[in-house]
Design a protein around this ligand. Sequence first.
Ligand code: 6R9
Length: 665
Amino acid sequence: MSDDDTVLEARLPEGETFDPPEAFIEEANVTDPEIYEEFEENWPACWETAAELVDWDREYDQVLDASDPPFYEWFTDGKLNASANCLDRHLEDRGDEPAIEWVGEPTDEADRTYTYEQLHREVNEFAAALRDLGVGEDDVVTVYMPMIPELPIAMLACARIGAPHSVVFAGFSAQALSTRMNAADSSYLVTCDGYYRRGDPLDHLEKANEGLDGVDYDVDATVVVDRLGPNGDGFGHDLADGQHDYATLIADHEGATVAPVSRDAEDMLFLMYTSGTTGQPKGVKHTTGGYLSWVTWTSQAVLDVKPEDTYFCAADIGWITGHSYIVYGPLSLGTTTMMYEGTPDYPDNDRLWEIIEEYEATQLYTAPTAIRAFMKWGEEYPDRHDLSSLRLLGTVGEPINPRAWKWYYTNIGDEACPIVDTWWQTETGGMMVTTLPGICEMKPGAAGPPLPGVDAQVVDAAGEEVEAGRAGYLTIQKPWPGMLRTLYRNDERFIREYWAEYSDLDSDDMDDWVYSPEDGAKIDEDGYITVLGRVDDVLNVSGHRLGTMELESAIVGVEGVAEAAVVGGDHELKGEAVYAYVITEDGYEGDETLRQRIVDGVESAIGPIARPEQVIFTPDLPKTRSGKIMRRLLENIANGEELGNTSTLQNPGVVEDIQEKVRDA
Ligand code: 6R9
């Protein structure tokens, strides 16, 4: 990975370290450094520590069944319900305490509080309504909703009746919705009329309806939440046959209760689609026992969540971070979890700080891309507010550079809050590599050591551990309870994508199986891991994973485009931005009109988050003699870097051409 070094150096730690603040340690949930050794010695029994945080209807027989790797089973024959763990078990002690504090984007709209009692009630009513609509155990319910309380309510209602949910990020396009519904054979959809973005009501139902048109079969029922009230009336949609108004359903089921379905530990809790290296998104399958134990334990150990906290994760529930650390982890612990509908810059750049001050939030968990934006806007915005309620800060989604880390530490945490830089993935279910905030010293830029009981290593292409300080590939050598169980209905792709590289595929011995997350990394003498970024054809734009294949097929789908190659260019705020190199078809001009059509094409195939930053028209693409596009070279060009050896190219002349175009752009 030597040609990456210039980009990577900028992200490396500067050698400065920070101790966890004394006041934090005094109150922290986990403070005994022996935990690392204890977990290693007692593996896999150590994971009972996680399972003990969850209430089981039936105790499990075995912590881990590793008889058929990589199809591991955790807490076998245990039975539990996730919604009962997130709601019912808190009613006695915390029924009147807030479970969700919701803040809408419009500043003149009243915030909404759901106590555990109230949340329990509405989840039951909606669970009863879903049942009456025909949703049975194991039917996949697609949920296509923005950050409104009905989103976690729908998830928990599904969990209550044993129907796996598949949440599709509201910013995704209609086409992305139909692809995901078709892939999961999902016959039920929960959506809403619209939501607010930077002051304007957005029409969401139009997109949802367009998505439904693309579903290959007749959907059994759709539920529509009226989020906008009279403000949405202008959109003029009437509910079609088979579409039900959420509020009417709730009123019709007033006071209904549904006994939580006792699910097997290995029964599916949810599906989440994520980008991979092919055009087809991967349906990551998470199960009930292992996942819930994992997110509950990590919320407690890493985010230091306590019931009396007001915990704020500023992610969207449409991504895994929101599933694990807005909904399931915090609610399982009985704390108060915050939800904010809008963007941090509306109506002004201090919106998050205003919310934190008003609610006296105790933790903030967000992404480096947001921190870079805060940094750019300047200290004056946090300075306007009293943020002294904060006790811990977290980041997730992409590498954080030491400068942004220090800005966060100083200006948001007032040097009194530890920062946890948490590396994990949709597939891992929850956190894997991060410091424990009451124990570990912090090194800005390095995520930290693997969590206790997690066996992560940095290896070379042959699977051998690399020396401290050298770049290699991150791998996970032992299974863990929160791991994905497979790709939905595609065991073969599951093995190919995550296990094939370093495992002995014929072996029944767990030790011969190694999970490969497709991230580059370095490890230092103290075992601290610095994650360098993806090593497959997946971009990380503002913390969101986008497959280059998905992007390229969207672009090639635009009339007038013959061929396209997409790479990530460095971007001050987004981390990476989409750079599209495009060859036009004969008879088409690479002009502003075509550029706009390409941008529109990507937005309608994927969504606005995937919008290309640059479209570079070129007569040709640099290719190897065997005809493979040299993406690495295009990346170097995008970033204005030195180009390595170009002599293996079929068409070296094209390189200068492209460089000139990028310089002029
Ligand atoms: C939770 C989430 C996963 C990919 C992952 C890696 C990158 C996440 C990171 C990080 C460096 C961190 N990533 N956390 N890189 N430091 N603390 O983001 O899941 O959307 O599936 O993305 O994000 O590249 O492989 P997901």
